[in-house]
Design a protein around this ligand. Sequence first.
Ligand code: SPV
Ligand code: MN
Length: 622
Amino acid sequence: MNDILKQRLGDEDYNKLMKIDNTGLHEFIAKYIEHCNPDNVFICTDSPDDIKYIRDSAIKNGEEIELAISGHTIHFDNYYDQARDKANTLILTPKGVKIDSAIKTGDREECLKEIHEIMKDIMKGKELYIRFFSLGPTNSTFSQPVVQLTDSAYVAHSEDILYRQGYEEFVRQGSNLRFFKIVHSAGELDERNTSKNLDKRRIYIDLEDNIVYSSNTQYGGNTIGLKKLSMRLAINRGSKEGWLTEHMLVMGVHGPDNRVTYFTGAFPSLCGKTSTAMLDNETVVGDDIAYLRKIDGKVRAVNVEKGVFGIIMGVNSEDDPIIWKALHTPTEIIFSNILMTPDGGVHWIGKDGEIPEKGINHSGEWYPGKMDKEGKEITVSHRNARFTISLENFSNLDPALHDPEGVEIGGIVYGGRDSDTWVPIEESFDWIHGIITKGSSLESETTAATLGKEGVRKFNLMSNLDFLSIPISQYIQANIDFANDLKETPLVFSVNYFLKNKDGNFLNEKTDKKVWYKWAELRVNKEVDAIETPTGYIPEYDYLKRLFKEVLNKDYSLRDYNEQFKTRIPENLAKIERIKNIYETQVINPPKILFDTLEEQRKRLIRTQEKLGDYITPDKFV
Ligand code: SPV
Ligand code: MN
């Protein structure tokens, strides 16, 4: 093994690697250097020179193009490689092991054979970049070290913006290291430097060896090893060790007298997660992935990342002032799959200003009205186009981002796209009621952005279904058990920004959510009463009215309140039936407490319906 490394690395990189005293790491690296067979290997120690080398390589390789503003670059993924590839992302399981049908699995032995065939000599003619990172803050019980092998300088560069550097941590821990391993290759590239062999795009997650393989793709969600790839490994590891990996934002909600109460929030993609994390009167710790642990009887959470890989569609100066400002600052930003204009400017769907007449986007040379091979009009940017930027560029960054202890969590929020059932905000009766009737019952409606019919509800428990690497029942049980022996249990809320009236118009304005979090913050601190309904606790009108005035300088009418906060019994009953049906037919061995909790809620709803009818305004419960 040492011979291979000496021979393939050259003196300088060999010495860099040997500073990390870990034979398992050396063996792993030697194995994949031999197997993938790159022309060069670069070991990144996170020194400014090494970081610059990676950044420069992305431009030299043509994976990124420099834009007019200093530090800004643009990257394009293949036109057909614009999102997470759910069909080819498999959790590898040993023969005979059955997991819920909602989690895609592959036979471990066969898939390992297949991916190794695909990756044989895949890096020929290319350079392999080897990088070390820490998921979560360094020097912390939360830290999970990761080694990334990739032949994409774009991926290695993105990770520099999004994750905490870890070479020093690897050196420090040496033989004690326990780390996740990622092997990625973009595969052969076409004339635009995008992955060419998309038919051989694979993302295979091997829980047994804690390795993720990713081939023939560049889109970040398939390739940035520390994001959704490591997330699946972490869900598995945490479930065995009593901590949680969640698809959650972390934010500081600011209460009276400079009090800050931290919340986590889970929302499916395109349901307001980033815009919630970015509320301009609160502070952001993270916008995508959180680890939660019990420390001294309290729940504490960290942001696994330190940057944002955010959706850019719709970002404009009025709705997203903080993001807008950051995106116009000369700082390190990678835009992906938007339009680059001839003068090195950029444009995307929903940006302020006119759509340019020409430029280059994810489809190549672009002009308004351009059609793709399928006869579909190509928009100025892809709907899933993104920006990659470090959180330090946001004016609402919370100072606790890098705290090794994480932040103490007072409340957990679950939200989806729901036009007719859940009220804008509601607190559950207790932890189990919240985990079952809110988290485990989360659904979200499809939008015009995705293929197929609009408004179809999709089940997505805890908004984490795409990333589960363990059976659903085990995941729910881990969430339930998480509250055992806590001295202080976070309150669990549901939110719904997407309620509509009969005419299909939204019942709330985008900014109303600011009020819901202020109310939740007061609830966590036991400073405000609430109204008990069959589905949970909701705000009182008088108090909300006050908050609307204070926070938004808006007069909140009783009519709006009643329309938004009435309990919709038929819709809630229908939802319980849907959720019960999913657990009965699609989930192996769901915990009994799930059905019991749903049944209790059903009975409360029926009793109320008999007394008060189908649609009940809050005053009837007082
Ligand atoms: C999401 O889709 O939930 C994302 C982007 O955060 S991705 O990296 O593709 O997962
Ligand atoms: Mn996400």
